[in-house]
Design a protein around this ligand. Structure first.
Ligand code: NAP
Ligand code: ZN
Length: 369
């Protein structure tokens, strides 16, 4: 063996100890479809668990990121493996792991690491880490280099501190979307203290919106769904809405002027925010969780005359995500899903763009084998 090939063999050996191959579905560019591929996952370190992924939800953020629609704020690095609504089985544990053992069910959401020492991390709001936080995909991978890869994959390795426990009574496929759509709606509804006696609006009946309705209803609020899809009205009532307003109909919107305590906007595309600001009563809050790629104009007068507030919210920290999962366990809450095979993912993205999701696609990862 010459010097060069022996070095290569040594590197290959070191690399294979540090990592192992995993099958994925990934996008090679902003315009290419998701297709099969292989990536490297790190071999578990002392505090890591290795998860065989059973189910992964399909979030509209996956579509925004795969198509590089958030280029200004979070440019996409290719290949991109999306997916941050992950439920799976623990197949390996590092020597120092305490929370999980082989065979346990574990869940992972949008976060896989954070600095642990900044003020936000110390208070359990790791999503706002100054580090910044390491997101499940398209974030810097501090162990292997390159970027992190998400849950459209057969396997994932994560430090146990960022893995969640799933209450035993919950259906696993219906639980996956709780890891993003669930916590992203639970967290602001809790933060703004939504409760009985309040009039609360949820804008958009997709993945986030249907979880928002379930939580607003469970917290005792009078929940009103705003939708552009009149054919979703019946489902909305079943999911927890006390009333449904078709937002394209100005006279229906007028009836609710200056009457809401809180409105949660989950819409994925540009739309008129001022129409919702006008529906808030004095000191009411409109919180955005939807993340359309382009900005929407805001009329300051709508805010200042009634001291209304416009706010935003980003997923939730690990402690709050566990609290949300436990709440769902106690109240029997899961997502309403359509289970798909990974080979149907591009069709699912197209349907999501047409608001044709009832109400979250979840990938059965056994189809990747
Ligand atoms: P989704 O399942 O596609 O639902 C979005 C819903 O918005 C649609 O079902 C539709 O509801 C409504 N909508 C779509 N286009 C519209 C338009 N042009 N005008 C008015 N309404 C429209 O998406 P999702 O997964 O729930 O995600 C929603 C947004 O939240 C995305 O932008 C996503 O990136 C973002 N997100 C943010 C966070 C966070 O931490 N802040 C976390 C996850 C996701 P109707 O048919 O009822 O009108
Ligand atoms: Zn998401």
């Amino acid at each position: 063996m010459n010097e060069k090939s022996s070095t290569t063999a040594l590197l290959d050996e070191t690399q294979s100890k540090k990592s192992y191959p995993a099958k994925v579905y990934s996008a090679r560019s902003a315009t290419s479809a998701l297709a099969p591929g292989t990536i490297q996952r790190r071999t578990p370190r002392p505090h890591d668990i290795q998860i065989e992924i059973l189910f992964c939800g399909v979030c509209h953020s996956d579509l925004h990121q795969v198509r590089n629609e958030w280029e200004g704020a979070m440019p996409t690095v290719y290949p991109c493996v999306p997916g941050h609504e992950i439920v799976g089985r623990v197949v390996k544990v590092g020597t120092a792991v305490k929370k999980f053992k082989e065979g346990d069910i574990a869940a992972v959401g949008c976060l896989v690491d954070s600095c642990g020492v900044c003020p936000s991390c110390r208070e359990g709001s790791e999503q706002f880490c100054d580090g910044p936080a390491t997101f499940t995909y398209n974030s810097e991978d501090k162990q292997l280099g390159g970027v992190t890869y998400g849950g459209y994959s057969e396997s994932l390795v994560v430090t146990e501190a960022f893995a969640l426990r799933v209450p035993k009574q919950l259906d696993l496929a219906g639980t996956a979307p709780l890891l993003c759509a669930g916590i992203t709606t639970y967290s602001p509804l809790r933060h703004w203290n939504v409760k009985k006696g309040q009039k609360v609006g949820i804008v958009g009946l997709g993945g986030l919106g249907h979880m928002g309705l379930k939580f607003a209803h469970a917290f005792g609020a009078h929940a009103i769904l705003f939708t552009t899809s009149p054919n979703k009205a019946e489902d909305a009532v079943r999911l927890g809405a006390d009333e449904v307003v078709v937002s394209k109909n100005p006279s229906e919107m007028q009836k609710h002027l200056a009457s809401f305590d809180f409105i949660l906007d989950t819409v994925s595309a540009p739309h008129d925010l001022n129409a919702y600001i006008d529906l808030l009563k004095r000191d009411g809050t409109l919180t955005l969780v939807g993340a359309p790629p382009t900005p929407s104009p805001v009329n300051g007068f709508g805010l200042l005359f009634k001291r209304r507030q416009l706010a935003g919210s980003l997923i939730g920290g690990i402690r709050e995500t566990q609290e949300m999962l436990d709440f769902c366990g106690q109240h029997g809450i899961t997502s309403d899903i359509e289970l798909i095979r990974i080979q149907q993912i591009n069709e699912a993205f197209d349907r999501m763009l047409k608001s044709d999701v009832k109400y979250r696609f979840v990938i059965d990862m056994a189809s990747l084998k």
